[in-house]
Design a binder for this molecule. Sequence first.
Ligand SMILES: [Zn+2]
Length: 310
Amino acid sequence: MNGPARFPNVYDLSKVKASKLVFWGAGSVGSWAMSKLAYPWWRQIVIADPKNLKVENIERHWLDESWIGKPKAIGCRETLIEHGVPGEKVIAHVGDAEAIFEEHTDAAAAIVSVDDEDVKYRISAWCEKHNIPMIVGSVYAQGKGGQVVTLPHPDKVCFVCAQGALGNLEYSGHPADQNYGFDPTQFRSPEGAPQAVPSLGAPVGIIADWMAMSVMDVVATTKKIDPTVLMIAFQDWVEVRRLRQGDIMRELSEYIALQSKLSMQRTMMFGPEENGRFPLLIRNSTFPLALERWSECTAHTHDVTSASNI
Ligand SMILES: [Zn+2]
């Protein structure tokens, strides 16, 4: 075989060969997740993204400058081929997700990194309807952290359940922030053209790595994968839960003190009280939250009365 040697026995190769991956979104997070999953053995890889690569994307995107002004989906397809994925296995779709929903109901996983919340919910409904495992990655403003939502059985615990459990359903149609809280016009070349926002590449890459690992776990192993939100914090403090005063806070305080005694850097602390609750903050760490079906979720088309048994 030409090209780099590969080690196909880490995961169940027969599962990989039977699996179609669909990438909804080929922005920075999606493209780097793709780069980590650029194996030649997949049955098929589908990349859907309606947009072109912009100059301010470059610092954090897998594609290079030669793709500026051209469709990201096409660029990612070509780059996957350069990395050894046979061209006949890669489909690029430059357009809306809905246009190809019906063609890919046999997907083994949906890897979602679109910015638009409405599109995310439509993809969620598609995953729920066809029970397609869904892995959703996002990066917090200014790259302080991010999260990876893994939903191995969306017919039982779906993305709406996850958002409900996390208290994220206040969304009311605001346009998504596609620049991670930065104004790209702040970063201009001497000629005045917008430039890449510095320093986002690393956090984006870390979130993408976690997504890729989650995809492989869900698709190519026999492990029982639980619905999870993995919250990831880098140097800055990121809130992960709100807790009432009580025993759990005392125990957590003891744990935090223990970290210092062990010469570990403190990775948790409490923020100031707000409405009777204390925010629990983390940094330099990951915080996996178990997800259950949300009792108020209206997204399920199937009977989910037995969902608590999963
Ligand atoms: Zn649900």
